[in-house]
Ligand binder design. Structure first.
Ligand code: JHZ
Length: 409
């Protein structure tokens, strides 16, 4: 099921302007089992638009959340050591800054397999995770992170409030962009937050996406691509204030937002708002050459891989990431070019990449099969992966990064 928006997801203005189309693609996390590869796969248009009124960059289509996130969702945060480290530092920092203790309450929206909340549990701080994906939610429970397996909404927030629950800290990482009912979600945060509480939210930063041409992070799960300008307006519509912001390098460049009920805006927020205005993120012109830069990456990447293939090279890929699915489908990289994809996530092994049906194997396959080149689909974890694959590289194996320009590393 899919619906096309008729107005901006935040300000409801009808005049959104299309800026990029990535064609009609399968669902990025819809990894296939062996018995599914001969059946037709659902495919949906993947096109991005800009709202001149509130500056929100957004997908024009909404695929049903049940289809995207519930059963069989293969993303488990804990398979990425760098993400675990990043999340632990975030948790320890919050414990210190907010003086959290056994009398506090931390709620995480999209808590996945408990990768972050486990750090609060370890310090005796009561927590609740909320996540609709069954497998990851079960994994969280198994490590002692209480989890409700459901979508977060304004209704759920009201239900929790009537159970007497209210949060000192709400964490919501890489989920705000995923929700179709953006207003219901933010309203729910307002309901669930104590008057003195803080919501700490991470989301990929639109400016990094455009500057580094990270077009592969566009897929049906990501409905919004946020600037500080659009976020500031969104929170104010719900009586919340974006009081502080940090820029992070995770996932190709993200924002960490500190949102509260009492207005106390730091100069870091005003500086970013001003920079966005000066650099033009609030105007459609900023996005107009994006589509041609994306096309150039496709042409250059196909040329590079075809050239290597013609010279007799064997090519694999690393990371059965959602962004990898956008990349291989938009660039039409199939089994004629890429023999297999490796990934550490055991839930992905034995499956096939959506659309192109490239098999997914354990990372040991790189040493077993010794491909000459590996296309780095999870380029956002390049440092960690290159370090981890030292043995393969010492045998002469080379990595290729697709963005911001395809090149052999
Ligand atoms: P990764 C995810 O997207 C999920 P994806 C989600 N859609 C989102 O919003 C973004 O993050 C922000 C593997 N790996 O995390 C694990 C190794 O095998 O970049 C993953 O399968 N070895 C909610 O899926 C994949 O690569 C490693 O050493 O695009 C990385 O996927 C490491 C570090 C990762 O994001």
């Amino acid at each position: 099921m899919q619906e096309k928006i008729s107005a901006c997801r935040i300000c409801q203005s009808p005049g959104v302007v299309p800026v990029l189309s990535l064609g009609v693609t399968p669902l990025a996390d819809g990894l296939l089992k062996e018995d599914q590869i001969s059946a037709p796969e659902p495919r949906f248009p993947l096109s991005v638009a800009f709202c001149p009124e509130c500056s929100l960059v957004q997908l024009q289509e909404t695929v049903s959340p049940d289809q995207l996130f519930c059963q069989d969702y293969p993303y488990y945060s804990s398979f990425s050591p760098a993400l675990l480290k990043h999340s632990r530092e975030n948790a320890l920092n919050l414990i210190r800054l907010r003086n959290l203790n056994s009398g506090s309450f931390v709620i995480e929206l999209a808590s996945n397999d408990g990768y972050l909340l486990k750090n609060f549990v370890e310090h005796g701080i009561p927590v609740l995770g909320i996540d609709p994906a069954e497998g990851p939610a079960r994994a969280a429970e198994a490590i002692g992170v209480p989890t409700r397996c459901t979508f977060f909404s304004s209704q759920l927030a009201q239900d929790l409030r009537s159970e007497g629950k209210a949060a000192d800290v709400i964490v919501a990482n890489n989920v705000l962009a995923h929700v179709a009912d953006t207003h219901g979600f933010v309203d729910g945060i307002h309901t669930l937050l104590k008057d003195t509480g803080v919501a700490v939210i991470e989301a990929p930063y639109l400016k990094d996406l455009v500057q580094h041409c990270e077009f592969d992070t566009i897929y049906h799960e990501h409905l919004c691509y946020f600037s500080v300008t659009a976020l500031d307006r969104l929170f104010r519509m719900h009586g919340l204030f974006l009081n502080d912001v940090e820029r992070l390098s995770i996932h190709g460049g993200s924002l960490r937002l500190y949102v509260e009920k009492i207005e106390n805006v730091s100069p870091r927020v005003t500086t970013l708002l001003q920079e966005e205005r000066e650099e033009g993120l609030t105007h459609v012109r900023y996005y107009q050459d994006f589509a041609s830069r994306v096309e150039r990456i496709r042409t250059e990447l196909r040329m590079l891989l075809n050239d290597l293939k013609q010279k007799g090279a064997r090519i694999a890929a690393y990371g059965a990431a959602a962004k990898g699915s956008t990349l291989i489908n938009y660039c039409d990289l199939g089994t004629d070019l890429i023999d297999f994809v490796v990934d550490r996530n055991t839930h992905k092994h034995g499956r096939y990449m959506p659309g192109q049906h490239i098999p997914i194997l354990a990372t040991e396959a790189l040493l077993d099969k010794k491909p000459d080149y590996v296309l780095l689909l999870a380029w956002n974890f390049a440092d960690e992966i290159l370090e981890q694959q030292k043995a393969y590289r010492q045998l002469g194996g080379r990595f290729i990064t697709p963005v911001p320009h395809p090149r052999v590393m």
